[in-house]
Write a protein that binds this ligand. Sequence first.
Ligand code: ADP
Length: 298
Amino acid sequence: MTVTALHGFAADIGGTKTAVARIEAGRIVARDIAPTDCSLDLAGQLDRLARLLGAVGYAAGAPLGVAVAGLLSREGRWSAVNRATFPAISDAPLADALRARFGVASCLNDALAATLAEHRFGAGRGCRDFVYLTVSTGVGGGIVADGRLATGRRGLAGHFGFSSARAGRDACGSGRLGTVESVASGRAIEAAAAAHGAGLSPRDVFAAAAAGQHWAAAIIDRAAETMATLCADICAILDPERIALGGGVGAAPGFLSTVERFLAREPALFVADLKPAALGADAPLFGALASADGSSAP
Ligand code: ADP
């Protein structure tokens, strides 16, 4: 399947925003975006989704793929990892509710949807074994093993941000102590920068590092070294042909090359083929629609 075969509608319900798109021949021809109301239950989320989809021309029965933040079990039941993100969503029957309401619809975790899209149409094309990593507000990702997207029993597969980091001390949103996410995420970079000025964003930290500020370079090095160690761990566990790095922080100027610098210190066996993700922030939308063709196998 090539990206030009994609026709239909896609949605991405994230922790901060909900995006919808109409896709024709692999191109987004209309889109709408609104803040996510995290307090809503499943029915409330689907009501809002229906209104947003209406704005991009959705008509019942058209192919629809929905990506969501949080865990989706094999049976399509949706739960938040961090209860503060979706307090009213716990073991909610998303797949059944989508089918009942919209007809031809499928759903996937947002990072897994991005993984599927990068594997089929982007940085992982042609790879039998592939890993996608996103360093954004949190750290996430997905695994394609032997050509298939791994979801795991509860949908936790590929949540690399919840694995351990050498430099980790604090808890992240999962409740685990000392995770990759607690060191390398945008949220963690922001927290580390607070000691050097009020309200500094990760973008400010990258700019300060580029301007020669040592404190800023140290924060980015710590995040990049953590991601490099994770890539080496991924080689040891999954041995993928390629790892693609995306997300707001992952795509920030100089981050990938800094990760590569630390990765080069590892024994050759653990030096992954690291590439920038190709599809940017729209990857979950493309992946969600690609999964609506009835199969999650790339
Ligand atoms: P989300 O987390 O909502 O999926 P993104 O992938 O855009 O969204 O990631 C957002 C994170 O990336 C935030 O922490 C933001 O501060 C950071 N970010 C976005 N753009 C840049 C940039 N140019 N340089 C550094 N950090 C960035």
